[in-house]
Design a protein around this ligand. Structure first.
Ligand code: SF4
Ligand code: SF4
Length: 346
């Protein structure tokens, strides 16, 4: 008899080929099979079939050590939806004493619209530019730490801004509360009518998964789809690299657009590991700071070797992670959001 923790069709799809192993950052770090996508799916199967307890320390540890970057999905020939499995996994394991205290505090803050709004009350926010553009999603994290990114995005896209908006639910969906994550996304879809613009790849992927891809656009997708006069190339083009957003690239398949937009205003430099997670991974940098820093290290080496002026991100969590890492390493390169680069505010 199965334990009923995982959707059987999702679990059965894996054919144990191992193609996902080289793509997995935690497998690369450890070389350990249980810390790979295939190994984790085998752990899930063992629990589902009653051969392993759901409270097994190794099972609980791997649910947290996984970055949730979904780099295992695009390389999988069997079409395993690992992100869905991880949501189910954490939904069963990250309960009671297994739920980290810091995560409880984040849930509390993001759970009510007034609390989300209060997070950024002291900051100067984006103002409505038009009543006809998309609605800008301010984002819980961004409105607190990077309101300038929202201002730049609103300016670039002519977006409308509704200050009284809640969390999109990505935080909940990726951290053990998938039902609440869906509920918050649906509510936000009702609060913000029409097309929604976001500067966060993680929020874009979650929200699009719940209310539909025809309504949700990450900034680079939106700008790439709006024909405009060709940008005046600056006299001196800085050298600029990109850090992909994992969920934008692996969940929505968006990676070409930000590169093309950067190349319009700068000399674009592709980092060898641009598509590899930077270690921010939503709450990962907060919950597992040492592992997060270890994942970031090789990327800092690449940035140093590439001698770039800027590293562009398309997600506020990646922006914070790279700014912290570059400062600690003492590198001259600056991390900026795509909106800041394109609006000339880098
Ligand atoms: S690539 Fe896909 S099918 Fe192959 S082991 Fe990884 S998850 Fe399973
Ligand atoms: S989500 Fe990322 S860290 Fe987790 S198994 Fe897949 S590739 Fe590895």
């Amino acid at each position: 008899m199965s334990a009923g923790l995982f959707t059987p069709e999702l679990l059965e799809r894996c054919i144990s080929c191992g193609f996902c192993l080289p793509a997995c950052p935690t497998y690369r770090l450890t070389g350990s099979e249980p810390s790979s996508p295939r190994g984790r799916i085998n752990l899930m199967r063992a629990v589902e079939e009653g051969r392993l307890s759901v409270d097994d320390p190794g099972f609980v540890e791997e649910s947290s050590f996984c970055l949730g970057c979904r780099a295992c999905e695009p390389v999988c020939p069997a079409g395993v939806q690992y992100g869905e499995l991880l949501e189910e996994w954490r939904g069963h394991v990250w309960r009671g004493r297994n739920r980290p205290l810091r995560l409880r505090a984040l849930f509390w803050a993001a759970d009510r619209r007034w609390r989300v709004r209060a997070l950024g009350l002291l900051r100067r926010h984006a103002r409505a530019r038009t009543q006809h553009g998309p609605q800008l999603l301010l984002g819980c994290f961004e409105r607190t730490l990077f309101p300038g990114v929202s201002r730049a995005a609103a300016e670039l896209a002519g977006a409308a801004v509704t200050p009284a908006q809640g969390c999109c639910g990505a935080l909940h969906a990726h951290n053990g509360e998938p039902a609440r994550g869906r509920e918050l996304a649906e509510r936000l879809g009702e609060e913000l009518r029409g097309e929604i613009l976001t500067t966060s790849g993680g929020c874009a992927a979650h929200l699009a998964g719940v209310i539909g891809r025809d309504r949700v656009f990450e900034l680079s997708q939106w700008l790439a789809g709006v024909p405009g006069p060709p940008a005046d190339p600056p006299a001196e083009r800085p050298r600029v690299a990109l850090q992909d957003s994992c969920h934008l690239r692996n969940g929505l398949g968006v990676w070409r657009e930000p590169r093309e937009l950067i190349a319009q205003v700068a000399h674009y430099v592709e980092l060898p590991g641009a598509a590899v997670c930077c270690g921010a991974a939503g709450t990962y940098a907060t919950l597992r700071p040492r592992d997060s820093a270890a994942v970031l290290e090789p990327k800092l080496d690449e940035i140093a070797a590439a001698e770039v002026d800027y590293v562009v991100t398309v997600n506020p969590g990646c922006l914070r992670q790279l700014r912290t890492g570059l400062r600690r390493r003492g590198l001259d390169a600056r991390a900026v959001h795509l909106a800041e680069l394109l609006a000339g505010k880098a």
